[in-house]
Design a protein around this ligand. Sequence first.
Ligand code: 5GP
Ligand code: MN
Length: 336
Amino acid sequence: MEFPAALKQLIHQPQNVAILSHRNPDGDAIGSSLAMRHYLDQYGHTVHVLFPSEFPEEFEALPGADDILVWDIHTEECKHVLRNKNLFIYLDFNALNRIDKMGDFVKDLPGKRIMLDHHLYPDQIADFTYSEPEASSTCELVYRFIDGIGDNQKINPTVGKCIFTGLVTDTGSFRHATNANVYRIAADLVDRGVDDTGVQDMIFNSQKEKNLRLLGHCLANRMEYMPEYRTALIWLSKKDYEIYNIQRGDTEGIVNYMLSIKDVRLAAFIHNQPTVVKLSLRSKGNFDVQEICKRHFNGGGHKNAAGAYSHDSLKATIQKFKDLLPLYKEALLKKN
Ligand code: 5GP
Ligand code: MN
């Protein structure tokens, strides 16, 4: 990837920067945004990180997490901050509808735009787009961006910790979506003083008791296994949301447990959130869940991890998903 001189100039002069990432921010969204912020801070930019919605508690320990503005909570402040920006950095999303109302708000504001993302089929919404669907994570791209601009020495332990967070979360602790770069970057970050096991501890050993109980409920009472399609499904109703007092982030990762069944190739988590039905699909090997989400549910993502929202009922959405399985049977039963 070539990084144009004009881009370097822009980054090396103080600007008024907004870093934006997607709804329901995950470790990669938060890690990449905070890494970018701590990098830009070193050039004297005025930087704000803004998300459409709240982020899971375990990431509150990341440096700078306290200063993140959330559109759903601080709408007027977000609008005020955004109006004064002249550089917008889009991280870990490929279309403005992924940042909801914030997308409508920023799209007509004057200023330059930079996008770093690893989702398939990015919209052309930036002056500079660094899109690599083969990358493990947007955090990997933040590392390569800083390095590519010639600022490798600016990747200090603070920037590194944030980058490491996204590497870990988007690869499920280096189990999928990896490539040689990920390991090189991870090793380099540890060399620079990043506490790798500390980051893993922050993310994975910080669950509340109720989350484990919810997981138990999902696995014991809500999982359907369809070996004829090598597919497993977990669903949660509105009632489950009430009984288990499910909050944003509490269902993160549940879908992945189904992939640990040896023969499962496709895992679906369909849950009735308070206002909408959400689908999360995961797959192993070459089975493409992004295509299913995009074609049938107007969603998107990556080959092995994709999602979508449905405005049908929970029951209808589950049925629609099950009705698709015969169409994909041949692909599901393939070896790879
Ligand atoms: P999750 O299932 O964890 O919400 O999302 C898995 C992947 O799919 C993430 O990379 C996420 O950005 C993407 N994704 C989730 N929901 C949607 C959606 O509604 N539209 C699009 N385009 N991508 C989604
Ligand atoms: Mn990501």
